[in-house]
Design a protein around this ligand. Structure first.
Ligand SMILES: [Fe+2]
Length: 286
Protein backbone atom coordinates (compact mmCIF):
# COMPACT_ATOMS: atom_id res chain seq x y z
CA UNK A 1 0.00 0.00 0.00
CA UNK A 2 1.01 3.59 -0.43
CA UNK A 3 2.48 5.05 2.74
CA UNK A 4 2.24 8.74 3.61
CA UNK A 5 5.58 9.65 5.14
CA UNK A 6 4.73 13.24 5.97
CA UNK A 7 3.61 16.62 4.76
CA UNK A 8 5.27 19.88 3.93
CA UNK A 9 3.52 23.17 3.54
CA UNK A 10 4.80 26.39 2.12
CA UNK A 11 3.60 29.75 0.93
CA UNK A 12 3.68 30.11 -2.86
CA UNK A 13 3.91 33.88 -3.44
CA UNK A 14 4.95 34.52 -7.09
CA UNK A 15 7.79 36.79 -5.87
CA UNK A 16 9.46 33.64 -4.46
CA UNK A 17 9.70 32.33 -8.02
CA UNK A 18 11.45 35.54 -9.07
CA UNK A 19 13.84 35.29 -6.14
CA UNK A 20 14.73 31.71 -7.16
CA UNK A 21 15.18 32.70 -10.80
CA UNK A 22 17.46 35.60 -9.87
CA UNK A 23 19.41 33.67 -7.22
CA UNK A 24 18.45 36.00 -4.35
CA UNK A 25 18.26 33.32 -1.65
CA UNK A 26 21.08 34.85 0.40
CA UNK A 27 19.84 38.47 0.14
CA UNK A 28 18.80 39.88 3.55
CA UNK A 29 15.16 40.19 2.49
CA UNK A 30 14.91 36.59 1.33
CA UNK A 31 17.34 34.73 3.57
CA UNK A 32 14.98 34.28 6.56
CA UNK A 33 12.47 32.61 4.26
CA UNK A 34 14.87 30.38 2.33
CA UNK A 35 16.65 29.43 5.56
CA UNK A 36 13.51 27.46 6.36
CA UNK A 37 14.28 24.90 3.67
CA UNK A 38 17.53 23.02 4.48
CA UNK A 39 15.72 20.86 7.11
CA UNK A 40 13.06 20.14 4.49
CA UNK A 41 15.74 19.13 1.96
CA UNK A 42 17.38 16.81 4.50
CA UNK A 43 14.07 15.16 5.32
CA UNK A 44 13.23 14.65 1.63
CA UNK A 45 16.71 13.21 0.99
CA UNK A 46 16.13 10.75 3.82
CA UNK A 47 12.54 9.76 3.01
CA UNK A 48 12.82 9.81 -0.81
CA UNK A 49 9.09 10.06 -1.58
CA UNK A 50 7.99 8.58 -4.91
CA UNK A 51 4.93 10.78 -5.29
CA UNK A 52 3.76 14.16 -3.97
CA UNK A 53 0.03 14.78 -3.61
CA UNK A 54 -0.32 18.55 -3.77
CA UNK A 55 -3.29 20.52 -2.44
CA UNK A 56 -3.27 24.00 -3.91
CA UNK A 57 -5.45 26.57 -5.60
CA UNK A 58 -5.36 27.65 -9.21
CA UNK A 59 -4.91 31.38 -9.86
CA UNK A 60 -6.45 31.58 -13.32
CA UNK A 61 -3.95 29.61 -15.39
CA UNK A 62 -6.04 26.47 -15.60
CA UNK A 63 -9.47 27.58 -14.32
CA UNK A 64 -10.97 31.04 -14.36
CA UNK A 65 -13.97 32.68 -12.75
CA UNK A 66 -16.30 31.58 -15.54
CA UNK A 67 -15.72 27.91 -14.73
CA UNK A 68 -14.25 27.11 -11.37
CA UNK A 69 -14.65 23.66 -9.85
CA UNK A 70 -14.74 23.44 -6.07
CA UNK A 71 -12.46 20.39 -6.14
CA UNK A 72 -10.47 19.16 -9.15
CA UNK A 73 -7.92 16.36 -9.35
CA UNK A 74 -5.40 15.89 -12.12
CA UNK A 75 -5.38 12.50 -13.83
CA UNK A 76 -2.48 12.91 -16.23
CA UNK A 77 1.06 11.65 -16.62
CA UNK A 78 2.39 15.16 -17.20
CA UNK A 79 1.42 18.63 -16.01
CA UNK A 80 2.72 21.66 -17.88
CA UNK A 81 3.22 25.16 -16.56
CA UNK A 82 2.71 28.24 -18.76
CA UNK A 83 3.50 31.93 -18.54
CA UNK A 84 1.18 33.43 -15.91
CA UNK A 85 2.31 37.00 -16.43
CA UNK A 86 4.28 37.32 -13.20
CA UNK A 87 7.64 37.43 -14.96
CA UNK A 88 8.56 34.04 -13.55
CA UNK A 89 10.35 31.70 -15.98
CA UNK A 90 8.05 28.93 -17.19
CA UNK A 91 9.11 25.81 -15.34
CA UNK A 92 9.63 22.38 -16.82
CA UNK A 93 6.65 20.04 -16.72
CA UNK A 94 5.92 17.91 -13.66
CA UNK A 95 5.54 14.16 -14.07
CA UNK A 96 2.18 12.71 -13.08
CA UNK A 97 1.00 9.31 -11.89
CA UNK A 98 -2.32 8.83 -13.65
CA UNK A 99 -2.92 5.39 -12.14
CA UNK A 100 -2.69 6.76 -8.61
CA UNK A 101 -4.80 9.78 -9.58
CA UNK A 102 -7.62 7.57 -10.86
CA UNK A 103 -7.47 5.45 -7.73
CA UNK A 104 -7.84 8.57 -5.59
CA UNK A 105 -10.59 10.00 -7.80
CA UNK A 106 -12.59 6.77 -7.61
CA UNK A 107 -12.32 6.60 -3.85
CA UNK A 108 -13.14 10.23 -3.10
CA UNK A 109 -16.15 10.14 -5.46
CA UNK A 110 -17.31 7.01 -3.64
CA UNK A 111 -16.93 9.04 -0.43
CA UNK A 112 -19.39 11.63 -1.77
CA UNK A 113 -17.04 14.28 -3.22
CA UNK A 114 -18.09 15.49 -6.66
CA UNK A 115 -14.68 15.82 -8.24
CA UNK A 116 -13.81 17.49 -11.53
CA UNK A 117 -11.35 15.05 -13.09
CA UNK A 118 -8.75 16.61 -15.34
CA UNK A 119 -6.88 14.47 -17.85
CA UNK A 120 -5.33 17.68 -19.13
CA UNK A 121 -4.34 20.20 -16.46
CA UNK A 122 -1.92 23.09 -16.28
CA UNK A 123 -0.25 23.77 -12.96
CA UNK A 124 0.60 27.31 -11.87
CA UNK A 125 3.00 28.89 -9.37
CA UNK A 126 1.03 27.37 -6.48
CA UNK A 127 2.48 24.01 -7.58
CA UNK A 128 5.73 24.88 -9.32
CA UNK A 129 7.16 27.21 -6.66
CA UNK A 130 6.73 24.69 -3.80
CA UNK A 131 8.34 22.02 -6.01
CA UNK A 132 11.26 24.34 -6.76
CA UNK A 133 11.63 25.17 -3.08
CA UNK A 134 11.58 21.53 -1.98
CA UNK A 135 13.61 20.03 -4.86
CA UNK A 136 15.91 22.88 -5.93
CA UNK A 137 17.83 20.55 -8.28
CA UNK A 138 14.64 20.03 -10.28
CA UNK A 139 14.39 16.27 -9.57
CA UNK A 140 10.71 16.46 -8.68
CA UNK A 141 8.78 13.30 -7.87
CA UNK A 142 5.60 12.47 -9.76
CA UNK A 143 2.70 14.59 -8.56
CA UNK A 144 -1.04 14.30 -8.09
CA UNK A 145 -2.42 17.87 -8.13
CA UNK A 146 -5.60 18.52 -6.16
CA UNK A 147 -7.05 21.95 -6.81
CA UNK A 148 -9.33 23.61 -4.26
CA UNK A 149 -11.35 26.72 -5.01
CA UNK A 150 -10.10 29.46 -2.70
CA UNK A 151 -10.88 32.22 -5.19
CA UNK A 152 -14.58 32.48 -6.06
CA UNK A 153 -17.15 32.43 -3.25
CA UNK A 154 -18.89 30.34 -2.08
CA UNK A 155 -15.78 28.44 -1.02
CA UNK A 156 -15.81 24.95 0.45
CA UNK A 157 -15.76 25.02 4.25
CA UNK A 158 -12.79 24.25 6.47
CA UNK A 159 -14.58 21.07 7.53
CA UNK A 160 -15.23 20.02 3.94
CA UNK A 161 -11.59 20.50 2.94
CA UNK A 162 -10.42 18.59 6.00
CA UNK A 163 -12.80 15.76 5.06
CA UNK A 164 -11.53 15.80 1.47
CA UNK A 165 -8.03 15.34 2.84
CA UNK A 166 -9.19 12.45 5.02
CA UNK A 167 -10.77 10.82 1.98
CA UNK A 168 -7.52 11.21 0.00
CA UNK A 169 -5.61 9.76 2.96
CA UNK A 170 -7.87 6.69 3.01
CA UNK A 171 -7.51 6.31 -0.75
CA UNK A 172 -3.73 6.33 -0.42
CA UNK A 173 -3.89 3.75 2.36
CA UNK A 174 -5.80 1.39 0.05
CA UNK A 175 -3.56 1.87 -3.01
CA UNK A 176 -2.05 -1.55 -3.73
CA UNK A 177 1.36 -0.39 -4.93
CA UNK A 178 4.09 -0.08 -2.33
CA UNK A 179 5.09 3.57 -2.73
CA UNK A 180 6.10 6.42 -0.47
CA UNK A 181 3.89 9.48 -0.69
CA UNK A 182 4.33 12.92 0.74
CA UNK A 183 1.57 15.45 0.86
CA UNK A 184 2.07 19.14 0.15
CA UNK A 185 -0.23 21.99 1.11
CA UNK A 186 0.51 25.36 -0.46
CA UNK A 187 -0.53 28.97 0.05
CA UNK A 188 -1.21 31.25 2.98
CA UNK A 189 -0.72 32.09 5.61
CA UNK A 190 -2.54 35.31 6.53
CA UNK A 191 -2.63 37.90 3.77
CA UNK A 192 -4.94 40.24 1.94
CA UNK A 193 -4.01 41.64 -1.44
CA UNK A 194 -6.58 44.38 -1.93
CA UNK A 195 -9.35 46.45 -0.40
CA UNK A 196 -9.26 48.49 2.81
CA UNK A 197 -7.32 45.78 4.66
CA UNK A 198 -4.66 45.25 1.97
CA UNK A 199 -1.48 44.14 3.72
CA UNK A 200 -3.38 42.60 6.64
CA UNK A 201 -1.38 39.95 8.51
CA UNK A 202 -2.37 38.15 11.72
CA UNK A 203 0.59 36.41 13.37
CA UNK A 204 -1.41 35.28 16.38
CA UNK A 205 -4.00 33.47 14.27
CA UNK A 206 -1.34 31.95 12.01
CA UNK A 207 0.55 30.53 14.99
CA UNK A 208 -2.71 29.25 16.48
CA UNK A 209 -3.54 27.46 13.23
CA UNK A 210 -0.08 25.89 12.93
CA UNK A 211 -0.22 24.74 16.56
CA UNK A 212 -3.69 23.26 16.18
CA UNK A 213 -2.78 21.41 13.00
CA UNK A 214 -0.77 19.10 15.24
CA UNK A 215 -2.70 19.27 18.50
CA UNK A 216 -6.34 19.40 17.44
CA UNK A 217 -6.93 19.95 13.72
CA UNK A 218 -10.66 19.29 14.05
CA UNK A 219 -10.97 22.40 16.22
CA UNK A 220 -10.08 24.47 13.14
CA UNK A 221 -13.08 23.10 11.25
CA UNK A 222 -15.31 25.25 13.48
CA UNK A 223 -14.20 28.44 11.73
CA UNK A 224 -16.62 29.56 9.03
CA UNK A 225 -15.24 31.01 5.80
CA UNK A 226 -16.28 34.58 6.80
CA UNK A 227 -14.40 34.06 10.08
CA UNK A 228 -11.31 32.86 8.23
CA UNK A 229 -11.49 35.89 5.94
CA UNK A 230 -11.77 38.16 8.96
CA UNK A 231 -8.94 36.48 10.86
CA UNK A 232 -6.56 35.57 8.04
CA UNK A 233 -7.42 38.04 5.28
CA UNK A 234 -9.27 37.60 2.00
CA UNK A 235 -6.47 35.50 0.49
CA UNK A 236 -5.59 33.85 3.80
CA UNK A 237 -8.36 31.41 2.88
CA UNK A 238 -5.62 29.52 1.06
CA UNK A 239 -5.32 27.84 4.44
CA UNK A 240 -8.05 25.54 3.09
CA UNK A 241 -5.23 23.76 1.23
CA UNK A 242 -3.46 23.22 4.55
CA UNK A 243 -6.64 21.80 6.09
CA UNK A 244 -6.97 19.26 3.28
CA UNK A 245 -3.29 18.40 3.58
CA UNK A 246 -3.65 17.78 7.32
CA UNK A 247 -6.75 15.67 6.81
CA UNK A 248 -4.73 13.26 4.68
CA UNK A 249 -2.52 12.32 7.63
CA UNK A 250 -3.93 9.18 9.13
CA UNK A 251 -1.09 8.27 11.49
CA UNK A 252 0.64 9.84 14.47
CA UNK A 253 1.68 13.35 13.51
CA UNK A 254 4.77 15.10 14.81
CA UNK A 255 5.97 18.56 13.86
CA UNK A 256 9.64 18.28 12.85
CA UNK A 257 10.21 21.79 11.59
CA UNK A 258 8.55 25.20 11.33
CA UNK A 259 9.66 28.48 9.83
CA UNK A 260 7.42 31.55 10.04
CA UNK A 261 8.53 34.83 8.54
CA UNK A 262 6.84 38.19 7.93
CA UNK A 263 6.63 39.50 5.31
CA UNK A 264 7.27 37.95 1.95
CA UNK A 265 5.69 40.40 -0.44
CA UNK A 266 2.62 41.20 1.71
CA UNK A 267 2.18 37.70 3.06
CA UNK A 268 3.00 35.87 6.27
CA UNK A 269 5.19 33.11 4.87
CA UNK A 270 5.33 29.75 6.60
CA UNK A 271 7.02 26.43 6.01
CA UNK A 272 6.04 23.46 8.15
CA UNK A 273 7.14 19.81 8.10
CA UNK A 274 5.04 17.13 9.78
CA UNK A 275 6.06 13.51 9.98
CA UNK A 276 3.33 10.88 9.77
CA UNK A 277 4.06 7.54 11.38
CA UNK A 278 1.71 4.56 11.39
CA UNK A 279 0.24 4.33 14.89
CA UNK A 280 1.24 0.67 15.29
CA UNK A 281 4.86 1.46 14.37
CA UNK A 282 4.92 4.30 16.88
CA UNK A 283 3.54 2.05 19.62
CA UNK A 284 6.24 -0.51 18.86
CA UNK A 285 8.95 2.15 19.14
CA UNK A 286 7.59 3.46 22.46
FE1 LIG B 1 -1.97 32.15 -3.94
Amino acid sequence: MARIVGVITTSHVPAIGNAIARGLQEEPYWKPFFDGFPPVHRWIAREKPDVAVIFSNDHGLNFFLDKLPTFAIGAANEYRNEDEGWGIPVSHAAKGNAALSWHIINDVVNDGFDITMCQDMLVDHAVTIPLQLMWPAGDWPAIVPVSINTVQHPLPSMARCYELGRSVGRALASYPEDIKVMVIGTGGLSHQLDGKRAGFINREFDVHCMDQLVADPESLTRYSIPQVVELAGAQGVEFLNWMAMRGALTGAVTELHRNYHIPISNTAAATVLFENRPRAERRKAA
